[in-house]
Ligand binder design. Sequence first.
Ligand code: ADP
Ligand code: MG
Length: 225
Amino acid sequence: MAVLEVKDLIKKYGQGESEVIALDQVTFSVERGEFVAIVGASGSGKSTLMNMIGGIDYPTSGSIIIDGNEIQRMREDELAIFRRRNLGIVYQFYNLIPTLTAEENIALPWKLDGRKENKARLTEIVQMLGLENRAKHLPGQMSGGQQQRVAIARAIAAQPPVILADEPTGNLDSASTQEIMEILKGLHEAGHSVILITHDNEIAEQAKRVVRILDGKIVEDYVNT
Ligand code: ADP
Ligand code: MG
């Protein structure tokens, strides 16, 4: 079953002479457990697509179905809850809360959802991401790679059906980049569905499947063996 279906997605910005078609009839789907990279140069429409899938902005037309739910039919408040439960989003600049420890950042989605913190799961995730010695540290006391590991831990804490990473290595040196890529591969091997957005071909090729976007259109879609 598809965890993500994008159908005939069109996104236009502006009007008249200043109109920009950022996404032009984009259609693709991601099956459960896939590791897909969406790759394209700057201005190709990656962030726009990310914002549509993440429910941050609405498309001009077309639909996005996550785990069977058509998200643009939801009200804003429903969408906020849906997003928290179903999408684990990893950002280029980590987006951690600076005043919370690593552990507290990881548990934040549970808290926001009014759920009790699951100590066993927290310990498991902290171990899985090699953060045992950083659990009580604040983001400012960690390297970029460590902060991104915390952000990934937070994204997967509630076991969302889709993990969406937008240029997760864009702010990291090459060693940390590879470390983060190995973690994403590991999540895929553990059965998670991972969608990686990047401008970097070399990084994209580390995913199982590559979807290339150019001027708002999908121009290539292939599987690496
Ligand atoms: P990428 O993330 O691949 O660099 P974007 O999705 O940011 O590409 O942009 C795709 C196209 O849409 C570009 O031509 C960009 O200038 C345009 N665009 C993006 N956001 C806006 C906006 N808010 N208003 C107008 N044009 C936009
Ligand atoms: Mg972008």
